[in-house]
Design a binder for this molecule. Structure first.
Ligand code: FE2
Length: 259
């Protein structure tokens, strides 16, 4: 999960991102315990996704080649995604400073860790790990409309930093309620597309239960709604489609001078 505060900064300059080649990144030697953690986490989530995860995500997951059988190499997943939408993956050590994170997204680069959580953190890790980054985020990078929205999000964030604009806080909330905890309407009912839900054992069923309040997609409402990272998410927003997500975000950023 990427940083979600987007704290105020005194910097008024945008920061260009210089891409590095994932193929030159050393490949970790994963232990048997780490391989078992990956297998267990992905297998467990796969039992929860039918009739809950959106079709776009499930189809993208399959096309990306992620499987419980083995821990993937970032370069392989990056190549698969690049072939479809031009996005690439870059290895990072953990949470990326917000300004750099925005610049990476604007350049169609997604930062991912290449290490996996410890067994004692199997159900929840507040720090990023490759299960959340790859299983939660990577598949939808292959979706044309979602990936366009994600790039535009990076551009808006970069513009907000360059202008020292209050939208940095609004964008953090929009990110939370869409990229991490978004729901989407389908003909079969509500489905999940947010990475924070899809990669969480508890949030998958909780998000679609009557315990949560589900609002229609409204970027101003999202921007004004604080969130709590330490508890199950009670407040969620529902998009009608990824077309709506891309188009309405484009209008919203233009309205706020962030396009
Ligand atoms: Fe995330």
């Amino acid at each position: 999960m990427q940083s979600t505060d987007f704290p105020a900064s005194t910097s008024k300059t945008s920061l260009p991102h210089v891409k590095t080649d994932i193929h030159h990144t050393p490949i970790p030697a994963y232990s048997a315990c780490e391989c078992e953690t990956w297998r267990y986490l992905l297998s467990r989530q796969q039992t929860q996704w039918p009739d809950r995860a959106c079709d776009e995500y499930l189809e993208a997951l399959e096309a990306t080649g992620l499987s419980p059988a083995s821990i993937p190499q970032l370069a392989d997943i990056s190549d698969s995604i690049q072939h479809q939408t031009g996005w690439t993956i870059e290895r990072v050590d953990g949470i990326v400073p917000d300004q750099i994170f925005f610049a990476m997204l604007a350049a169609r680069v997604f930062p991912s860790t290449d290490f996996i959580r410890k067994p004692e953190d199997i159900d929840y890790t507040p720090a990023p790990d490759m299960f959340h980054d790859l299983v939660g985020h990577a598949p939808l990078l292959t979706h044309p409309r979602f990936s366009n929205f994600f790039q535009r999000f990076g551009e808006a964030g970069s513009a907000a930093f360059a202008q020292n604009h209050p939208a940095r806080v609004w964008l953090a909330r929009i990110y939370w309620y869409s990229v991490e905890f978004g729901l989407i309407r389908s003909r079969q009912g509500l489905r999940i597309y947010g990475a924070g839900i899809l990669s969480s054992h508890q949030e998958v069923s909780y998000s679609l239960s009557d315990a949560t309040t589900k609002h229609r997609f409204d970027l101003d409402h999202m921007a004004q709604t604080p969130y709590d990272v330490w508890h199950m998410q009670d407040t969620l927003f529902v998009i009608d489609s990824f077309d709506q997500l891309e188009n309405e975000f484009a209008r919203w950023t233009a309205h706020h001078g962030l396009a």
